[in-house]
Design a protein around this ligand. Sequence first.
Ligand SMILES: *[C@@H]1O[C@H](CO)[C@@H](O)[C@H](O)[C@H]1NC(C)=O
Ligand SMILES: *[C@@H]1O[C@H](CO)[C@@H](O)[C@H](O)[C@H]1NC(C)=O
Ligand SMILES: CC(=O)N[C@H]1CO[C@H](CO)[C@@H](O)[C@@H]1O
Length: 432
Amino acid sequence: MIRISVGFVLAAGLILKASAQASLYGQCGGTGWTGPTTCVSGSTCTFSNSYYSQCLPGSASSSSTSKPTTTSTTPVSTTSSSAPSATCSSTTRRATGTLSHVGINISGFDFGCDTSGNCVLTQVDPPLKQYGGGDGQGQMTHFVNDDGFNTFRLPVGWQFLTGGSESGTLNAANFAEYDALVTACLNTGASCIVDIHNYARFNGAIIGQGGPSNAVFAQLWSSLAAKYASQPKIIFGVMNEPHDVPDINMWAQSVQAAVTAIRNAGATSQIILLPGNNYTSAQTFVSNGSGAALLTVKNPDGSTTNLVFDVHKYLDSDNSGTHSECVTNNIASSWEPLAEWLRCNGRQAFNTETGGGNVASCVQFLCEQIAYQAQNSDVFLGYVGWAAGSFSPSTYVLSEVPTQSGSTWTDSLLVKSCLAPNSGSQSGSTGQ
Ligand SMILES: *[C@@H]1O[C@H](CO)[C@@H](O)[C@H](O)[C@H]1NC(C)=O
Ligand SMILES: *[C@@H]1O[C@H](CO)[C@@H](O)[C@H](O)[C@H]1NC(C)=O
Ligand SMILES: CC(=O)N[C@H]1CO[C@H](CO)[C@@H](O)[C@@H]1O
């Protein structure tokens, strides 16, 4: 833990005031801003809105003095110390400034699953009132209508879907319960991510590498894709957080088997999320070889249309998402190098888990992360906060569960300050 929460905002203000120049991606202007108004070498103070200007890479240009619109495309040349090679598809940022997908995880069908891919089915707590869990339907309706969210991620254990058997055949009763959540999500008009929350494993053994065969995994996805083939707003999340997978190229073959099965089941155009190793860490996606391995995954027609990389990143000291305090906005370590790699390869990624405690440090860092992602919306689809659903808002450290009183819902600090599209965080105007 590097920072303290008490007096943090004040302390940060004093530190920034004392330093001559704002750091890369630091704030450099805005109503009420008393910190530095010039940027470190290699970056330029760029106007976002009247509340927020930020140091962005590059030298001054005419586009840096006017407010970027959210409807037109604003090409920005990126600067990089490691010049992209000639094989790059593009090094030009063409971001609209608005993320296409912004959401919340609605957790509960995954309760009882551990990182070894064991799932204790008695611990499943469906986030639907009719099954005794959290009011996922009410939460999602609130998040769409009051906050402007348009995506929900619906984690579920493989074992729950099949009634415990290592197979690809759905258990009808269990699937009906999960499908009720998916249907409630679709009924809000949002995009809905079907997320198999098994860490690349089934009961401790890795898919395609000692555990279930790729054929069994493909059969699971074929069964699910057949159910949702006609729903354009379903997004297929192939697997939550693979980790310690010994052979990343064999893992890419398992992912390929799932992609082929989904497409051949009739879901020919929906987004499919491709997950790498190390808990889908955005930070090591490229450096530890996941990116290179997953670049080989293709649709049956040989294209990569709507094959999007799935990356997670928390903001706490060890990227575990278990501490209330945030210590980083992940920009320099993760988002900037990933954006360059994606642009270079002509691909996109979706940050389907991120979050922090309901404390001032997380408001600051998560808002900075979101503003950066929006500035790079050509390569980042968006983000999904972890988590609402069946969690207890009073005891779960990363709770994004809104509380209800009568017909009024009240959001957690982080949801209302950063995660909600209505908070202004995408334009760098934060803490509303
Ligand atoms: C990183 O890559 C190495 C070499 O491929 C592999 O042995 C290791 O398991 C990977 N680590 C993680 C956490 O993905
Ligand atoms: C996994 O990623 C985290 C950051 O997300 C990093 O700190 C850690 O070193 C990585 N582990 C490996 C083995 O690459
Ligand atoms: C940060 C966080 O809450 N991560 C969770 C991801 O999902 C698994 C399974 O539901 C939880 O065990 C983790 O705590």
